[in-house]
Design a protein around this ligand. Sequence first.
Ligand SMILES: [Zn+2]
Ligand SMILES: [Zn+2]
Ligand SMILES: [Zn+2]
Length: 354
Amino acid sequence: MSEAAFQSPHRRYNPLRKQWVLVSPHRTQRPWQGEVNTASGFSDIHYDPACYLCPGNERAGGARTPVYENTYVFDNDYAALLPDSPAPETEGWPLLLKAERERGLCRVLCFHPDHSLTLARMEPDDLRLVVDAWAKQYAELGAKPEIGHVQIFENRGAMMGASNPHPHGQIWATEHVPDEPALETASQLEYRQQHGSCLLCDYLKVEQDAASGSTSRIVCENEGFLAVVPWWAVWPFETLVLAKAHLRSLADFNDEQKTQLADILKQTTTRYDNLFSTSFPYTMGFHQSPTDNAAHDEWHFHAHFYPPLLRSATVRKFMVGFELLGMPQRDITPESAAERLRALPEEHFTVKSS
Ligand SMILES: [Zn+2]
Ligand SMILES: [Zn+2]
Ligand SMILES: [Zn+2]
């Protein structure tokens, strides 16, 4: 397919979600404003006495965050899941009102004691310690007999509903595999059964081949990982970070691959921040093998970045109208989004300007 073929409205298929996305590039054929933010959105406060995630501070409910050196994990004081939820009494309920017990745990992982940092601005060695903490949590929570899935994620920025700018992420461990990873499990399993190969290993090759031609969707890469704006991206600057090796989960990672994951996350988030010279908001999360005791050879570890920004530090995309009722839609093509991200400097703009 040539670049020109992408300039008319068309729809693209997402084989992981079995969903279509409408691409309407003709809507963006107006000149780019190149708007950047004047206030970077970064704080230079390294310790905030009012922040419950800063070392030594008291949290709601009376617990105290200890004076920690690098990462710190604790059970969320306002957990959406509880380890001992009873089964709901559903006897005598109508057929269409279905309920199930959902036991689980919600944890908070502080990435660093310094309140002002983000993944993009952390030192590689410190970011590697975050990867180690994620791997430990995945193993520890996944080993619990009642836990079938461990969702690791980060909500970055007030626009994404993050209540606190302190660098931190969350880990929600649930009894059942939630809908998104359940859908991706089914898609990967079906693909493996039909083609005898891994959906995302094959997709990785497709993206590498495309990049050697004229339509690259690659944003950045290192020896172990590739970050692309996927063919089926919904959010304007959505990226998919793919392990180059067939790794089912963090439990399959060797030492080098953990360092490479830290590196690709820093590379990707740095480019995001550089795009609009702002602390770029997003939801980022890992998708990996469920922890329900099945082998899950079909699973291929990846990270999704879902950032809401469209044209500037303040103009965001909304999923409304046709997108809520019909299917998701985007204006800027994944190819041009990738091109813009790829062209940005590797060095964080706050480092450059100081
Ligand atoms: Zn803090
Ligand atoms: Zn694979
Ligand atoms: Zn996924």
